[in-house]
Design a protein around this ligand. Structure first.
Ligand code: HEC
Length: 146
């Protein structure tokens, strides 16, 4: 069997030591900044992350009563909503996660309301048969709760 000739290693440029340590310091600073950004407490408070386009939050508020979401959830300004089987939906627009695992962004919240079981298989919240349009309006109302 023929042995392939050994390639000579490509030589890197020789960097003066002081320069290398400065580059390392810059890298560490960047990493620290990135770390800080990751610790930002409430990025979802930004309106860009909570606005549901082309939705009617007032209609959503009425739908929450109609679908009887309040049999399991406490929901501000929705009649007959003192249920305790599910978590309170008070200040939901400030919540970072849905069901503790899915980032609380409009598209995810709409998907959750339409079919929680599809988004988080095995979640104790049942599918409520909410139509896409209704889910959109309900999400708009929940996102408005701050
Ligand atoms: C039979 C009880 C029940 C009904 C009815 C119900 N839910 Fe839930 N819901 C739950 C439970 C339990 C959870 C917690 C799920 C989890 O953490 O996996 C939940 C979670 C949620 C969450 C996420 C809450 C959080 O803190 O992360 C939202 C939003 C939500 N439900 C909206 C609705 C809406 C809107 C309706 C009506 C269309 C509704 N729910 C009807 C039981 C219910």
């Amino acid at each position: 069997m023929a042995v392939p000739p050994r390639r000579s290693p490509v030589r890197g440029r020789v960097t003066p030591h002081s320069c290398r340590s400065r580059a390392l310091a810059a890298l560490l600073a960047a990493a620290a900044l990135a770390g800080l950004a990751g610790c930002e407490r409430r990025p979802l408070a930004d309106a860009r992350f909570t606005q549901v386009p082309e939705a009617d939050p007032t209609r959503g508020q009425a739908l929450l009563a109609q679908y009887q979401c309040g049999s399991c959830h406490a929901i501000p300004e929705v009649p007959a909503s003192e249920g305790a089987a599910g978590p309170t939906l008070a200040a939901f627009g400030r919540r970072s996660y849905i069901a503790g695992e899915v980032p609380n962004l409009p598209a995810n919240l709409i998907a959750w309301i339409e079919s929680p079981q599809a988004l988080v298989p095995g979640t104790p919240m049942p599918d409520m048969g909410v139509s896409p349009r209704d889910a959109r309006d309900i999400a708009a109302y929940l996102m408005s709760l701050r």
